[in-house]
Design a binder for this molecule. Structure first.
Ligand code: AMP
Ligand code: MG
Length: 414
């Protein structure tokens, strides 16, 4: 695929990134099959039910401190308060025992506060005496007591379907009493890299060959607990071979992701092959740099995303468009990454016409506290190793031709 000026002159004929994304999302309907799993096995998966708390949180009045529980009505005028200590309640004790009026109870964080006791004194504020405790500050009713239902009542919503069960969600579900949870079944994803020039890293390169980087990039990008991945490896630019792999993948996949072969060269077979096997295709030229040609397709339940072969283009189109289609297909309700505000650490000059995602490094902060972005090489689309040294992508709007040092722009942090 040539990336020259002729393309940019026709940029008005291309779809904008937003238009392409909208078209991609429109064909990416969410998988709806679910399964019920023990909570520990559901970690990393996509929640399929709206969840409400099964219990009050906290479930009982309990102490927020290590110290002494008292009844404020037992306390006189001060300035010194003396109480005998009548018992001891630790976390896990039932707290059913009644303590006598006119006494304090030794209590620890998380332990149930006995009935009628309405304040907890921190142990740091109490002096122990021969008969009990002495303190000088009269506690307020309710002090250091966590009341039943104070955080959440049983029945209150805690999580919506479509979220990923990461650490915070797992903790919330556990505290709300979920021993099992309903999740969306794993998304079946098949990947392969097209190109007769591709060689497995570690092997010796013959003239004309290159190492297959897209395969490993996709393996890393798709390494998710909610994905069941099939990697068909590299496939030569042989139409019969490609068609067979594509046909097989369609039978078994919710999503197929390939790289290469979606452009207009003689060896770019994917759009025609996908149509030949009965798929609906949408090959789009998107006004984005890097990464012009991207293809979507649908054949029965298989959604197909054909990324450009150039590894930087493949990464950027995946990040900006493909990954969002996949998230939607997997049943995730996830807002796309919100760009940060950043400023340029140097002036920029370029050809207008395409929205550009330029690899950048953060070089300190501006006076206002925004990251200052140093542009990496102006010609970067063939240099995937640069991506590994970048801190993120600066987003340069399509119509922009020049920018000055200190000018603000959007930044997508890796
Ligand atoms: P294509 O889109 O198939 O025309 O490929 C565009 C460019 O990306 C060509 O220079 C390919 O050699 C290169 N390329 C395609 N697939 C890969 C891959 N899996 N790993 C590294 N480079 C690739
Ligand atoms: Mg190719």
């Amino acid at each position: 695929m040539a990336d020259g000026c002729a393309c940019d002159r026709h940029a008005h004929m291309y779809l904008s990134v937003d238009q392409a994304l909208a078209r991609g999302l429109a064909v990416a309907d969410p998988v709806t099959d679910t399964e019920t799993l023990p909570l520990a096995d559901a970690i990393g998966r996509v929640l399929a039910e709206d969840c409400v708390s099964k219990v009050d949180m906290p479930a009982f009045d309990n102490s927020a401190m290590d110290g002494y529980a008292v009844r404020t009505q037992d306390l006189g005028d001060g300035p010194l308060f003396d109480l005998p200590v009548a018992g001891r309640i630790a976390a896990g004790d039932s707290g059913a025992h009644l303590a006598p009026a006119g006494s304090a109870v030794r209590i620890f964080t998380g332990a149930p506060v006995p009935p009628d006791f309405d304040a907890v004194l921190m142990q740091e504020d109490c002096e122990t005496t021969k008969t009990g405790i002495r303190f000088t500050r009269c506690p307020k009713p309710g002090q250091h007591i966590r009341r039943v239902g104070e955080d959440l009542n049983a029945g209150a919503p805690i999580l919506r379907r479509g979220c990923e069960i990461t650490a915070r969600e797992a903790a919330a579900l556990a505290s709300a009493g979920y021993g099992t949870v309903e999740v969306i079944r794993k998304l079946k994803v098949t990947i392969f890299s097209t190109g007769s020039e591709l060689k497995q890293p570690g092997e010796e390169l013959r003239p004309g060959q290159i190492y297959n980087s897209n395969r490993f990039m996709l393996r890393a990008l798709l390494d998710k607990p909610w994905i069941n991945l099939t990697d068909k490896g590299p496939v030569e630019d042989d139409p019969a071979l490609l068609e067979q792999v594509l046909r097989d993948a369609c039978e078994t996949s919710d999503l197929i992701v390939t790289t290469g072969g979606v452009s207009v060269g003689d060896e770019d077979h994917m759009p025609r092959l996908f149509a030949d096997i009965g798929g609906q295709t949408d090959v789009m030229k998107v006004a984005m740099k890097p990464g012009k040609p991207i293809m979507f397709g649908r054949r029965e339940r298989a959604l197909y995303v054909g990324l450009p072969g150039n590894p930087v283009s493949a990464y950027v189109t995946w990040k900006i468009i493909g990954s969002q289609m996949m998230a939607r297909r997997a049943g995730l309700h996830r807002a796309p990454q919100t760009p940060e505000r950043a400023v340029l650490a140097e002036p920029l000059q370029r050809r207008a016409g395409r929205e550009e995602y330029r690899p950048v490094q953060i070089e300190g902060l501006s006076a206002e506290g925004s990251p200052r972005l140093r542009l990496m090489a102006p010609s970067y689309s063939g240099r995937v190793a640069l991506l590994a040294q970048a801190d993120g992508l600066a987003v340069i709007p399509a119509e922009i031709e020049t920018m000055s040092e200190g000018q603000g722009l959007r930044f997508l942090r890796f």
